[in-house]
Design a protein around this ligand. Structure first.
Ligand code: NVA
Length: 312
């Protein structure tokens, strides 16, 4: 049966589906030109309302490897929701492409797109979630640690941003112990924490929110951070630099993690702010793997959604 599925937030996949997508991503990485589901070529629209390097590169290259035709659309030209309603744009897009990838602001915008589209919609970052990055990160953790279930994952910094939310949900789905260390005022929304806790209770992981960066990374297998100032929040730069000062990933903090801990950052990174250069450019960092795995993970999720839409 055909089932139109979207990937708007990490928990749009079940734990078993997440495992299957990650296995497919690993297969695709090992043999990048074997899977050609978009042969035709069928087109995939890659729309962006915000700055992008990894996203446009990885989706463009990935769709091409899948045999498809990637079409990058600059959101400033398209004016989705301003020049034209999201609903009308969704219908126009659905008439031309086999999947819609969108980087935008409010989560509600991508939900509206998905509600009106007749092809799968993939979240390539919203203010609330960055699920493609977390799939790539889970692939990266698997490569370096060999497994996900039971991994102690410590994230420090902005606990209320898209990466923190996606780590909460995606990490819980994978059965990890997700700890978020963030100052008060920048901790995840309680509803998001509850959503992750419900998943963790079923899968066997756990969720912890703390204002102590040390507690977040203690004995962690993975230490992660992200910019203190996400896209769109540039005016808060000064206040955030003060608020997050004690949440920097540096050698002192890493000393509290497991001796074999790896360090993650979705990039772009600001050396000397959320992470010290010696860590970001040091031997524990797996940032280039994360950046590359965007392509493999996204090829896998596009293929998964396409198979569902075509009833395969
Ligand atoms: N939290 C960051 C992630 C960038 C990939 C932002 O939204 O700007």
């Amino acid at each position: 049966m055909n089932a139109l599925r979207h990937f708007l937030a990490d928990d749009d996949l079940t734990p078993a589906e997440q495992t299957a997508v990650l296995a497919l991503a690993a297969e695709m990485k090992a043999d990048p030109f074997k899977h050609r589901p978009f042969e035709g070529p069928r087109s995939v629209a890659i729309l962006s309302d915000k700055a992008t390097l990894r996203t446009q590169l990885s989706f463009h290259a990935g769709v091409a490897e899948l045999g498809g035709n990637p079409m990058f659309v600059d959101g400033r030209l398209a004016g989705i929701g301003t020049r034209e309603s999201i609903a009308d744009s969704a219908k126009v897009l659905s008439g031309h492409v086999s999947a819609i990838v969108w980087r935008t602001g409010a989560q509600q915008r991508i939900e509206e797109m998905a509600a009106q589209a007749t092809v799968p919609v993939v979240n390539a970052l919203t203010d609330e979630f960055h699920p493609c990055q977390v799939l790539a990160d889970l692939q990266t953790i698997t490569e370096h640690k060999g497994f996900l279930h039971g991994i102690r994952f410590g994230y420090v910094g902005d606990g209320a941003n898209n990466m923190a939310n996606s780590y909460l949900l995606g990490g819980a789905l994978a059965g990890m112990h997700v700890r978020i260390g963030a100052p008060e005022g920048y901790q995840p929304d309680p509803a998001m924490v509850a959503r992750a806790e419900t998943i963790a209770a079923k899968v066997g992981g756990s969720v912890l929110i703390t204002d102590s960066p040390l507690e977040a990374v203690r004995s962690a297998d993975v230490v992660a951070t992200d910019t203190w100032v996400s896209m769109g929040l540039e005016e808060e730069n000064e206040a955030r630099t003060v608020a997050f000062g004690a949440y920097q990933v540096n050698a002192d903090l890493i000393d509290h993690a497991d001796a074999e801990a790896i360090v993650m950052h979705c990039l772009p990174a600001y050396r000397g702010k959320e992470i010290m250069a010696e860590i970001l450019d040091g031997p524990r960092a797996v940032i280039w793997d994360e950046a590359e795995n965007r392509r493999h993970a996204q090829k896998a999720i596009l293929t998964f959604l396409d198979r569902a839409a075509r009833g395969e």
